[in-house]
Design a protein around this ligand. Structure first.
Ligand code: DAH
Length: 360
């Protein structure tokens, strides 16, 4: 029995020494597991005489009970210590001031902001937003818009062409947002009232041109809309966008294959020392092209020109953004320079709304 007492003491010492739950589990397996020291003693009982077995069995079971209780007690201590340690390690000081996060530090690009402003104004007039792909078929970019194959107007677009695919088709980077007029008329029944902001591409690069730029297109198709409605929509837009009580606009005859008649629109402005103001002055600044949708375009899109009519316009976004926010150079728009963005960018939560004042 001195052996049993020594074994029990040794096990209890190991239990006390176990530094964590894994170590304690190893001690338990060593004592009470299938091949554990106490388990082996218990299985040895079978080989004893009945008299001896009774006393030895009782003593071993007492030792087993002592060890089991010591294990449970130690486990409780280790569990509590582990929880303490975890709570200490994961403590959060809720009294620390908050760190400036992305919402505060990030800035919206002026183009994104201006697109939001434009769509807000037109949404208020009842327009929906439509979009189309940057990579376009020659058909949608030109042919369906009444540019006949070989027509010189195609060349004025400085088109970026893709290499022909297996079928011989040559896709293009869209040179204007006008192909989305076609996509819209093919997928929606009139009345149609959409604005189409997006990226456009032309092989052209200097101080005021970049190969990728932005346009916003407008399209209205129904049975009665005419040039008078178009003038009102465009004037109302310019007033709201430039945030002036009135703007003088000049509609000049022009040519686009997809409109008849076609017009170009200038707004009156004053240029003083590199600054430009609208709603006053004697200068004129060209800002967009527009017209009544050509009957051929309506026909190409499955609409009967004797029944339907409407107007469309297209406007460069980058330049009106420069004008409105006094940014002198177009190129930094696409330089991704965070210092420029910190200066000219907009806070993400400064969302334009007509009720709150567009840029208030
Ligand atoms: N797509 C023309 C361009 O990029 C702009 C334009 C002019 C669009 C007249 C129109 C329009 O919808 O009616 O130069």
């Amino acid at each position: 029995m001195t052996d049993l007492a020594a074994l029990e003491r040794a096990i209890l010492t190991d239990i006390d020494a176990a530094a964590d739950e894994a170590a304690l589990e190893a001690v338990r397996i060593g004592a009470l597991g299938k091949k554990g020291s106490i388990s082996e003693l218990l299985s040895g009982l079978g080989r004893m005489a009945p008299e001896e077995r009774r006393t030895a069995g009782a003593a071993i079971n007492v030792a087993k009970e002592t060890v089991t209780q010591a294990l449970a007690a130690r486990r409780a201590v280790l569990k509590a210590a582990a929880l303490e340690a975890r709570l200490a390690a994961e403590a959060v000081d809720v009294t620390l001031p908050t760190r400036e996060n992305g919402i505060g530090a990030g800035r919206l690009h002026p183009i994104s902001q201006v697109i939001d402003e434009i769509t807000t104004i037109f949404a208020d007039m009842g327009f929906a937003i439509a979009e189309g792909p940057d990579i376009e078929t020659d058909d949608y970019n030109f042919t369906m818009l009444n540019f006949p194959p070989g027509h010189p107007a195609r060349e004025m677009h400085d088109t970026f062409f893709f290499a022909p695919d297996e079928t011989g088709e040559r896709k293009v980077l869209r040179t204007h947002t006008s192909p989305v007029q076609v996509r819209t008329m093919l997928s929606q029944k009139p009345p149609i009232r959409v604005v189409i902001p997006g990226r456009t591409y032309r092989n052209d690069s200097d101080q005021t041109h970049t190969p990728m730029f932005h346009q916003v297109e407008g399209l209205v198709i129904d049975k009665t809309s005419h040039v008078g409605h178009m003038k009102w929509v465009l004037e109302e837009f310019c007033r709201a966008f430039f945030e002036v009580p009135s703007v003088k606009m000049r509609f000049r005859p022009s040519f686009f294959p997809f409109t008849e008649p076609s017009l170009e629109v200038d707004i009156q402005c004053a240029r003083k020392g590199g600054e430009i103001r609208f709603g006053e002055g004697e200068d004129w600044l060209e800002i967009l092209g527009c017209g009544m949708v050509h009957p051929n375009v309506l026909r190409n899109c499955g609409l009967d020109p004797d029944e339907y009519q409407g107007f469309a316009w297209g406007m460069g976004i980058d330049r009106i953004a420069m004008l409105k926010y006094g940014m002198p150079d177009l190129r930094p728009f696409f330089d991704a320079d965070v210092r420029w963005l910190a200066h000219y960018g907009f806070r993400p939560l400064d969302m334009p709304s007509l009720a709150g004042g567009l840029t208030a």
